[in-house]
Design a protein around this ligand. Structure first.
Ligand SMILES: *[C@@H]1O[C@H](CO)[C@@H](O)[C@H](O)[C@H]1NC(C)=O
Ligand SMILES: *[C@@H]1O[C@H](CO)[C@@H](O)[C@H](O)[C@H]1NC(C)=O
Ligand SMILES: *[C@@H]1O[C@H](CO)[C@@H](O)[C@H](O)[C@H]1NC(C)=O
Ligand SMILES: *[C@@H]1O[C@H](CO)[C@@H](O)[C@H](O)[C@H]1NC(C)=O
Length: 208
């Protein structure tokens, strides 16, 4: 049942979105600059629920993100499935909540190819480095948010390193992201052991 739903969704998305890509060519860009960074792995079941996705062809995660970034339409996110080579350009409204996160296969953000998809944010001024176990040395400032893109955007521009950890706030019964901003250089941050990216794990980003 699921493959049939997925295929018809893809067909519908392509039919609707291809003309829109051309029509958007003359629209001014709302968000631009920066480059793609890994955010998380999610189950492939997330893909049919994307609100504004446009399907494009891509043979790798990198190619998917570059294609979505360079599209004349303005996109914030790229979703990519390695086994089917499906690539979807989408908006920040589709950013995963922390309860949607599944574990990667390594500390570099490669997702399980058979049933998961990678999510990349397309306009970061930071680059993804690696995932490590908590705890880390105390940060310069920190905040919590339901949107991982806010972690990458809301730290002060003087931050040299940003660390994002998907977590559950038991006191408020909320799934959220813990965002840590470091003004010191990454060398001064005492990082934990490298581990597969995922829920409860620290993703480290350094200024590009
Ligand atoms: C993807 O590639 C196939 C084969 O080259 C082509 O028929 C199809 O139109 C392409 N799809 C998109 C969305 O560009
Ligand atoms: C976040 O910052 C507050 C002070 O602003 C500090 O008390 C708290 O321990 C910090 N949390 C983490 C996880 O570093
Ligand atoms: C991040 O910044 C935006 C824009 O300034 C603001 O609306 C939002 O509340 C901030 N988020 C957090 C978690 O501080
Ligand atoms: C960082 O700098 C950019 C460009 O000058 C600005 O748009 C953005 O609001 C700044 N971010 C913060 C968190 O101050």
């Amino acid at each position: 049942m699921l493959p049939i739903i997925l295929l018809s969704t893809i067909a519908a998305v392509q039919a609707v979105s291809l003309p829109r890509q051309d029509a958007a060519a003359s629209s001014p860009a709302a968000v631009s600059g920066g480059s793609p960074v890994f955010i998380a792995c999610v189950q492939d079941a997330k893909i049919p629920s994307l609100t504004q996705s446009i399907a494009v062809n891509a043979s790798s995660r990198e190619e998917c993100s570059v294609t979505c970034s360079s599209s004349s339409s303005q996109h914030d996110l790229a979703f990519f499935r390695q086994d089917t080579l499906e690539c979807y350009c989408s908006s920040s409204a589709d950013a995963p909540t922390s309860d949607e996160i599944v574990y990667a296969t390594d500390e570099l953000g490669n997702c399980r190819s058979q049933d998961d998809a990678s999510v990349e944010y397309l306009h970061s001024t930071y680059k993804f480095s690696e995932c490590v176990l908590p705890p880390l040395t105390p940060s310069t400032s920190n905040f919590s948010t339901s949107d991982p893109i806010e972690c990458l955007k809301n730290c002060s521009n003087s931050s040299s390193t940003i660390v994002i950890r998907p977590e559950y706030d038991g006191d408020n019964d909320k799934f959220e992201y813990d965002c840590q901003c470091y003004d010191s250089t990454q060398d001064q941050i005492q990082t934990g052991q490298k581990t597969d990216c995922g829920f409860g794990i620290e993703s480290i980003y350094t200024k590009a």
